[in-house]
Structure formats: structure tokens, C-alpha cells
Design a protein around this ligand. Structure first.
Ligand code: 4AD
Ligand code: MG
Length: 461
């Protein structure tokens, strides 16, 4: 198999080599041409020198930016400045030509413009870097959980359950929208639908992961999740990937520590295996120029931990003017979260024990009867990156809470069974994978860290 430019550079494979890639620039001289090629395998380009007259010279030396070429020749140490290795071409071939309309020309292309050309953006230095970091973080996720004794499980994407109870689901139906069958009371009769009931795309694999954890011990899911919340923020997608570990016999503190260790591991893997990507990202104007210092600090530092009640007190005593009032019992808004992690602690922060009315039905009730064993992990620049909890393991308390919230217990009979047959303390969390990629690449808009973003009003490509 042909070597990638990454393999050639990493291993300094001097001697005969053949490479394929896309033309980044061509400088044509009288007797030879310099062609800069990138094949996407790494941040580095390879400079190719083609002498007038070698096979394929005319076509390749006239190739426009974006064309694809193949070059065979000799890899040597470079005499010139700016690169260490170069390929002296012996023969070359134009694989696919490009033309002047190629959108990604050298000169300043805004993020918005590149986003509109998402089908080509993997060819840019910026998005190449982001997507290689994303790949590393996905692999690191599997390695972290595998090495920690967690089993990878897959939970359904089509579901009849709103795990978070937030009513933000996309319906899945094969009924004809122009003539839906109706019940006697005039509602859509989903018993006539494909699954014989109303179904949606999942908002979280958690409830199924709990079933798996209460048999396999420690499991995690890593899959797409869908939310139809109408958000136009830079942190929300309608389709995003979530990593959800769930562990039997673990309590809130243990799962919070696991979350912090996991985030630190992600960062350290990116620092080790994507050092060129991170250095490049830091050099870009889109990214703060202290990215590497910050990542190193987090990878080697401790996460702070406070309760929701302490967080509210810090916010109240801060003297800061917030748009949304700070009041015990209300959700922490993004501005509050960001104040805590960016201004007050200047570090990642774990907030625990939220009021029960701010959180989902399955969280373990504290003895005070008012708060639940929830935890969110907040990081500077992004805000909430992880949401998790210790789960209510008492059948009676869980049923009471479901009644309080007017939930249908029949629909979740199987979930209640977990508390009926050998119930145990168990906990889990969900990490928004794109939020993690944002945090580690330093990119400020979540749409730039997933190849083809889906967000309110936008499902291009
Ligand atoms: O806090 P959330 O809603 O928690 C759950 O879904 C739990 N069932 C997870 C669990 O305990 N197994 O979502 C978890 C994380 C958030 O912290 C956030 O990082 C991310 O998922 N997230 C989103 N990311 C991008 N776009 C959205 N619309 C998101 N909504 C949540
Ligand atoms: Mg949350």
C-alpha cells in the first residue's frame, strides 16, 4: 500500500515514494515547478519538485488549486527553508482536475463561507486539524473506557421513551401526514403507525444503558442523539454525539471523578497525538492563543467541586449583574455557568446536588427531599460539557417521583423492574462529544466541530 504523507514524514521514509493528494499551490518556473500537496493524513503538506520534461509535467504543473495528483519520485532532505523533506518527482499524473471556481482559494475565507461549503471543508488546514482531533478523541474515548473495564454497548436510536422528559423529540412515523388515522377523540392514532405506538429519535441512551449496567456492571454508549429544542446558540446541535458511561455500584462522587479523569485523558491524548494540530489551531485567529497552556493546566490540575447551593451563593455574592436572576431553585443559565467556571474558579468545575425540579425524574433524591444527586461538569469557554447523576435505586421513591411528575409508569415498567429485582446503587453521565471537541480544539462554534451539522432550520449536505 502507498504511504501517506503522515507516514512518510513521521518515519522519515527517505528514498523512492509515491504519494497522492490535492494541490495546495503551484509555482511554475522555467525549468521546474514546486507543487505543494496535502493528502489530509496530517497537518503537514509535502513539497514536490517536478523537473520540466518528466512524464505528466505539463498537466501537473498547470494544475489549479484543488486538483488531485499522483507523484512518484525520491524523498530527500530539503535544501530549502520551510520544510525538512521534499519529493523529487520522477513521474507525475493529474488524477482529477479542478477549475477557477474551486471555492477554497488561498485568500481569506471566513468560517461562515467555509461552513456553506461543508462538503469541501475537510480540505482546509483548519478543518483537517479539527477532524483529526475529533478522531483522536473518539479513539481515546474507547481506549479510556476499555482500559477502565467498561463494555461498549449500543442502545436504540428509535425509541418510545423521552428519557429526559423535556419533550424535545423528533417523531419517527411512516403515517401519511396528509391523512393520518384518528382516534375517536380526534388525536393521531399511533396504534396504526409502523411500531404500533408513537416513536421518536432518542435524546439519550441512558435508560437502556442502565439496564445493561445492571447486568454487565460497567458499560458505555457512544452514539448519535437528537434534540428538537429550538436553539440558535453556538453550543447546541439537533443531532449530536453523546458518550454515556453507566456503572453499577458507583455513587455520585465516584462517577464525578470518573468524568474528570475521562476529560483529562481526552486532553492528554490530544496533546500527545495531535500536537501539530493543536499548535496550528492555537496559531489561528479563531482560537485563543493560550490553548496549549490551558489544556496542559487542565490535564495536570484538579477539578473544583461545589454544590448547587454553594454555586448560587457565589453568584449572589459576586455583585455581578446577570440577565437572568439568580435564585435558589432556578436553573443555572449559561451566563451563570460561565461566570463560575471562567471568572470565579478559572478552571473546570463540578456542580452537584441540584434542586430536584431542575432535573430529570430518575435522579436519586437526597435526604433533604429537595435536591438530587446530580452533577454537571462546566468548563471555561463552553459551559456544561457533562451532565450526570446517581440514579434513584429505591422502587418506592422512584415511583413517587414519577407520580409527582405525572409520568406513565406502565410505559417504564421495564425500567422500574431494575429497582424491583436486585436493585443497586448506580450512576452515570453523558458527555456531549462535540462540546468536548470544541473545548479541546478551542473552536467557538459547535457547528465547526462536526462534519455536517444539523441545527434548527439547517440540514444541508
Ligand atoms: O445533560 P444532558 O441532557 O444529560 C442526559 O441526557 C443524561 N441522560 C446523560 C446521562 O446521564 N447518561 O446531556 C448530556 C450532555 C450535556 O452535558 C451536553 O454536553 C450535551 O450532552 N448536550 C448537547 N450537545 C450539543 N447539542 C445539544 N443540543 C445538547 N444537549 C445536550
Ligand atoms: Mg444537562
Amino acid at each position: 500500500m502507498m504511504n501517506s504523507i503522515k507516514q512518510i514524514i513521521d518515519n522519515k521514509l527517505l528514498g523512492p515514494q509515491t504519494i497522492c493528494g490535492w494541490v495546495r499551490s503551484v509555482r511554475k518556473k522555467k525549468k521546474f515547478s514546486f507543487v505543494v500537496v496535502n493528502d489530509g493524513s496530517c497537518q503537514d503538506n509535502l513539497q514536490v519538485i517536478l523537473d520540466l520534461g518528466i512524464p505528466g509535467y505539463e498537466e501537473v504543473s498547470s494544475a489549479l488549486i484543488g486538483s488531485s495528483i499522483q507523484v512518484s519520485g525520491e524523498l530527500v532532505e530539503s535544501q530549502g527553508k520551510g520544510q525538512n523533506l521534499e519529493l523529487i518527482g520522477k513521474e507525475c499524473k493529474l488524477l482529477g482536475e479542478s477549475d477557477e471556481t474551486y471555492p477554497l482559494q488561498k485568500k481569506g475565507t471566513s468560517l461562515e463561507f467555509i461552513r456553506e461549503n461543508a462538503h469541501l471543508r475537510s480540505r482546509t488546514n483548519l478543518f483537517g486539524a479539527i477532524f483529526r482531533v475529533r478522531n483522536e478523541l473518539a479513539k481515546a474515548t474507547h481506549d479510556f473506557f476499555y482500559n477502565s473495564g467498561f463494555y461498549y454497548v449500543n442502545t436504540p436510536i428509535i425509541t418510545a421513551i423521552d428519557a429526559e422528559g423535556a419533550g424535545e423529540m423528533f417523531n419517527v412515523s411512516t403515517l401519511n401526514p396528509l391523512s393520518t388515522p384518528k382516534t375517536e377523540s380526534g388525536e393521531v392514532d399511533f396504534s396504526k403507525d409502523y411500531f404500533g405506538k408513537s416513536t421518536s429519535l432518542t435524546v439519550s441512551g441512558q435508560l437502556n444503558a442502565e439496564c445493561m449496567a445492571l447486568g454487565l456492571g460497567k458499560v458505555y454508549t457512544f452514539g448519535p442523539t437528537f434534540r428538537s429544542e429550538k436553539s440558535f446558540t453556538s453550543r447546541h446541535l439537533s443531532e449530536f454525539w453523546m458518550v454515556e458511561p453507566e456503572a453499577a455500584f458507583m455513587d455520585l462522587d465516584q462517577i464525578a471523578d470518573l468524568g474528570a479523569d475521562y476529560i483529562k485523558y481526552l486532553i492528554s491524548r490530544a496533546l500527545i497525538n495531535c500536537s501539530k494540530e493543536l499548535a496550528f489551531l492555537q496559531s489561528r485567529e479563531e482560537v485563543d492563543n493560550d490553548l496549549l497552556v490551558r489544556l496542559n493546566g487542565v490535564a495536570n490540575g484538579d477539578f473544583q467541586k461545589i454544590t448547587y447551593t454553594q454555586a448560587v451563593n457565589i453568584l449572589l455574592e459576586s455583585g455581578e449583574k446577570f440577565e437572568f436572576p439568580v435564585e435558589w431553585g432556578s436553573e443555572l443559565q449559561t451566563e451563570h455557568e460561565r461566570f463560575l467556571t471562567e471568572v470565579h474558579f478559572k478552571a473546570p468545575l463540578i456542580v452537584t446536588d441540584y434542586p430536584k425540579d431542575c432535573k430529570a425524574f430518575y435522579m436519586k433524591l437526597n435526604d433533604d427531599g429537595k435536591t438530587v444527586r446530580a452533577m454537571d461538569i462546566l468548563v471555561p469557554g463552553v459551559g456544561e460539557i457533562v451532565g450526570g447523576s446517581q440514579r434513584e435505586e429505591s422502587l418506592i421513591k422512584l415511583k413517587d417521583r414519577m407520580s409527582e411528575m405525572d409520568m406513565d409508569k406502565n410505559q417504564l415498567k421495564w425500567y422500574l423492574d431494575l429497582r424491583k429485582y436486585g436493585s443497586v446503587v448506580h450512576s452515570g453521565f453523558g458527555l456531549g462529544f462535540e462540546r468536548a471537541v470544541m473545548y479541546i480544539t478551542g473552536m467557538k462554534n459547535i457547528r465547526d466541530v462536526i462534519p455536517f451539522p444539523r441545527a434548527t432550520g439547517s440540514a444541508e449536505f
